[in-house]
Ligand binder design. Sequence first.
Ligand SMILES: Nc1nc2c(c(=O)[nH]1)N[C@H]1C(S)=C(S)[C@@H](COP(=O)(O)O)O[C@H]1N2
Ligand SMILES: [Mo]
Length: 533
Amino acid sequence: MTTDLEPPAERAPEAPGPVLSRRVAAALGVLAVALALGVGDLVAALVSPPSSPLLAVGDQAIRLTPEWLKDAAVGAFGVHDKQVLLAGMAVVITGVAVAGGLASRRSPFPALALVVVLGLVSVTCALAEPSVTPAYLVAPCAALVAGAAAAAGLHALARRAATARVTAATAATGTARAVRADDARRHLLLGMAAALVGAGITGYLGRRLAAAAAVEASRDAVGPLPTPAAPPAGADFASSGGPRWLTANADFYRIDTALQVPQLSTADYRLRIHGLVDREIVLDYDDLRRRARLQAPVTLTCVSNEVGGDLVSNAVFVGVPLRDLLAEAGVHDGGDQIASTSVDGFTTGTPVAACTDGRDAMLALGMNGQPLPIEHGFPVRMVVPGLYGYVSACKWITDMELTTYDAFQSYWQQRGWSARAPIKTQSRIDVPRDGARVPAGRVTVAGTAWAQHRGIVHVEVRADAGPWQTAELATDVSVDTWRMWRAVLVLPPGARSLQVRATDATGATQDPTPAPPDPDGATGWHTVAVTAV
Ligand SMILES: Nc1nc2c(c(=O)[nH]1)N[C@H]1C(S)=C(S)[C@@H](COP(=O)(O)O)O[C@H]1N2
Ligand SMILES: [Mo]
């Protein structure tokens, strides 16, 4: 038994079939195709990148284009010919989608047919890719299904909205018919918004994943770079619990301002050296790789490192000596600063003198025998021993402008940090850890000390502000790297405070004044509290 709460007159008359407005019909076509392309892109990125419908069709278009037209396109658009092709495809596809939508004002079938035809075209193009595997069918088919579902679903919503509008045309506001028309219209708008957001998100994620995969592949293609000799014997006291002299790439500390790791492939890589120079130079990755003759261990340190902090790591870098490149460009007398820019817009400002005074300043391509990890600046970064990272270690570097300290302020300088930032002498206790309980009596204390480009010659430790005791130093490898140390202290039972200080090769002992990192590096002696039991 049914109850009918509405009088029969309120019920919609059997529609002869509503007609969608041109605007709605066109939008429906575009949204269905956009969602199909977005889903196709995302699924392809996850399954098999070359099968992305848009890119597979673009690839075929390039393959089928006669040589004379290709030459003309390259002549007219230069290196932007691919972008022009993709933009052209976007215009054509949008036009076709609008037409398909407009043809679907009464029935969803023209739009569905369009999606199916586009789907079959992309299937055909994907299957024509030289590297084809059966997995190449997945993305175009997913695109087809998503596009067809969007076309059918949006069309149903649009019909309902159109029907309700016709029925409500004669009804007063607030009546059930008018409310129903408003609801139907809201559902249609929600459906369209969902399709738009879905197309945007899938398309964006697909593009990003594909870019990341392409850069990963570009890095793999570089192959191994000269492998560093094994660290010299006795360079660390890892056997006593101290840090290893060489930091594994995966453990190397990381600092970036960018929310996402920049993705730059070797094929797209260009470095421009310009400004106060005799000759502007533009180099690509292969140019740099051919000149990469310098191999040196360098300990990088972040200016933000607190006393006792771990924003310091050591690796063997391989790269092009900066002084070679600067000599080639011919730096003008007045030029005292290199303004380096990363592909993500970050900038550093490095003294020209530090890059020409004979130290191992370089554009690094390799780190511990591998191409730079992407998060450490692949394909190319700057490394200058002795300077904090924010004034020297520009990652994903694409531009070096010779300028002056008067004319240019780098990223962190603009935010109040010092223009010049040589690394301050520091030392750190790694064992025992702060808060540890240790057996009373003879306790091994071990850690690291650094004073890059000056070198560490002396480290002392003490307990409870007692007399300083000289620590044993590990083998000296380079003035540009940290130096490990260890000592045995005799600790009576109870709460003990252990402290360390280092002296660099100029004879200067580490500054005891506790100071925060801002504006040019922290000072103070690292102190840990332990309990001897
Ligand atoms: N492009 C870019 N380069 C950059 C940075 C950055 O945020 N963006 N950070 C700098 C800072 S502050 C430091 S300490 C070092 C850190 O290098 P790492 O992440 O390889 O250890 O990179 C420098 N180069
Ligand atoms: Mo830093």
